[in-house]
Design a protein around this ligand. Structure first.
Ligand SMILES: Cc1cc2nc3c(=O)[nH]c(=O)nc-3n(C[C@H](O)[C@H](O)[C@H](O)COP(=O)(O)OP(=O)(O)OC[C@H]3O[C@@H](n4cnc5c(N)ncnc54)[C@H](O)[C@@H]3O)c2cc1C
Length: 507
């Protein structure tokens, strides 16, 4: 690897990470006329929409034999040798094993939108944005949710859409289970077919092509959506913004953010360009950090404690949470069942009459026909499904850095939501005779907090416009900023926060 060089490009704003926080902020700022460079550690995925955007360097989503080599980008944890190992820089997922919390997150242009189930909801807890900072309220944030839902083309599913294998259909005749009432204003980020047996290709106003969802194809789940049936940020936000001048640099992994000595609000962003195999740096007056909660915390700690490039942030790492996520594998194992039909998520389910149940949902495993496994085994996998519970947790975890190593600790026993979900899972298993296998330690796909919104450095890391207290010009736009567990899928809340930051920029 060559020594570090300075890139000639000098944008006004550098955005780190292209998930719900980064893609949204970068797009909105570029569309407002700012000069923005977006650095993303992973590749562009080879999907129908990305091809139609004219992106040359693309990487196939993990399918076939590449499922073994390209599903995981890397792994890490409190007790991992060296804290983390990188398995494949073109891998889709990262896993981190903390104390009391395992975390799954993604890599690639579009971030978590490639692996998500595209359930779009507002926070399920009351008065979510109230009481954290006097300049932020539910009323102020409401239009930002509307903007995200519109840009993502979110739709409200109805019976007319003819989605097969929903909870309502699966549990209609069940003695023990029933579909749970949907959350308020439930939306989905899929292009549903007008004719369910004949999904067609459509082209949007920006020339982006995508196929309607094929309900029998089972290829829009957490291994990505090659056809574009699932709405992802690369085409929904980045495609129009690139036409407005946004520069997206894929395979560029940021390693440190350093405040320059000659100006308290100018930053040097150091990164490895994996295409060139070179260490490089960029400078800008504004840096928007949106590497996902795990990696945003890692970068802030490393930049402050190891490199000495940032200052202050006494609350960094406090109030880390998991949104109450708890996963299990539900072994249906009935010969006639194929759980993979329809959409990746089938809607909520509850024990009959258990109206106070936590939110429980699930779906079949995605893209099973592409697994390099014997047909019998694939058939068996298609009969099972994953099941997940979630809800508000106490966000009483901490992230810290100990001798350069990131540590995450989450005493999940304190949050009643986990015991409630376990009880429901046990009861479902007992009553249906179809066991649910649970992880001992909760696995979260919704890590939250650690660089939270607050009203001062004594109770938060960032203020009302997303700017880090003590580090002028540095912002946090992703899930690390969330001041409270949303209690339901969080992507719309993260995206709304990013819309808010962009709307406040330089006002
Ligand atoms: C299986 C699964 C299903 C889900 N389903 C839903 C759902 O239905 N609805 C919902 O609302 N949410 C869902 N989620 C959660 C959702 O995906 C996340 O909450 C969301 O993606 C978090 O957004 P973010 O911007 O914080 O981070 P991310 O979307 O994770 O984006 C962070 C980006 O930063 C990049 N990055 C990291 N480190 C660096 C670095 N050093 N340099 C440069 N780039 C970097 C990453 O590669 C990534 O692209 C799901 C998650 C999973 C795993």
């Amino acid at each position: 690897m060559a020594s570090a060089s300075v890139s000639s490009n000098t944008p006004q704003v550098i955005v780190i990470g292209s998930g719900f926080g980064g893609a949204v902020c970068a797009a909105r700022l570029a569309e407002a006329g700012h000069s923005v460079t977006l650095l993303e550690r992973g590749p562009w995925w080879d999907t129908v929409p990305v091809r139609s955007m004219g992106v040359d360097r693309r990487v196939a989503l993990p399918r076939g034999r590449q499922l073994f080599t390209r599903t995981l980008r890397g792994m890490g944890g409190n007790r991992f040798p060296g804290n983390r190992i990188r398995l494949n820089k073109r891998g889709l997922f990262e896993l981190f094993f903390g104390k009391g919390s395992a975390i799954a997150c993604s890599s690639g242009v579009g971030g978590g939108s490639h692996i998500y189930s595209a359930v779009h909801v507002r926070p399920l807890v009351d008065k979510y944005w109230e009481g954290h900072n006097p300049a932020i309220s539910d009323e102020i944030m409401a239009p930002h949710y509307d903007a995200v839902l519109e840009r993502m083309g979110s739709i409200t599913p109805t019976a007319e859409h003819g989605i097969p294998n929903t909870s309502a259909e699966r549990f209609r005749d069940s003695e023990f289970l029933e579909p749970a009432a949907p959350p308020p204003d439930p939306r989905l980020g899929y292009l549903l077919p007008k004719d369910p047996v004949n999904p067609v290709k459509v082209t949007d106003a920006y020339g982006v092509e995508r196929y309607e969802v094929d309900y029998e194809g089972n290829d829009n789940g957490f291994l990505g959506s090659p056809s574009g049936g699932k709405t992802t940020l690369d085409f929904a936000y980045l495609a129009p913004a690139m036409r407005a001048g946004l520069v997206v640099r894929d395979m560029c992994e940021v390693t440190a953010i350093v405040r320059q000595h000659y100006s308290s609000s100018r930053y040097r962003v150091e990164y490895t360009d994996h295409h060139a195999g070179q260490k490089t740096m960029l400078e800008a007056d504004h840096v928007i950090l949106a590497a996902g909660a795990l990696n945003t915390l890692r970068l802030l700690f490393h930049s402050r404690d190891v490199v000495g490039g940032l200052v202050g942030m006494p609350q960094l790492g406090q109030r880390y949470g998991t949104n109450g996520d708890y996963f299990g594998f539900w072994n249906y194992n009935e010969p006639s069942l194929d759980q993979t039909r329809g959409l990746p998520t089938t809607g909520g389910v509850q024990l009959k009459g258990d109206d106070g149940s936590p939110m429980i949902g699930g779906g079949g495993f995605p893209s099973v026909d592409s697994y390099p496994l014997p047909k019998r085994l694939r058939k068996w996998i298609k009969r099972g499904c994953f099941i997940a519970g979630l809800g508000e947790d106490a966000m009483n975890g901490t992230a810290s850095m100990d001798r350069g190593k990131l540590k995450v600790s989450f005493p999940y026993g304190i949050s009643p939501i986990f015991a409630r979900i376990r009880t429901v899972f046990d009861e479902i298993g007992k009553r249906t005779g179809k066991k649910i296998y649970m992880f001992k330690t909760p696995l979260t796909v919704h890590p939250t907090g650690g660089a939270c919104l607050g009203s001062s450095p004594e109770n938060g890391v960032i203020g009302a416009n997303g700017e880090v207290f003590d580090n002028e010009g540095l912002y946090v736009a992703d899930a690390a900023a969330l001041p409270r567990s949303p209690g339901g899928p969080p992507s719309m809340t993260i995206a709304a926060w990013a819309e808010h930051i962009a709307s406040q920029f330089e006002r």
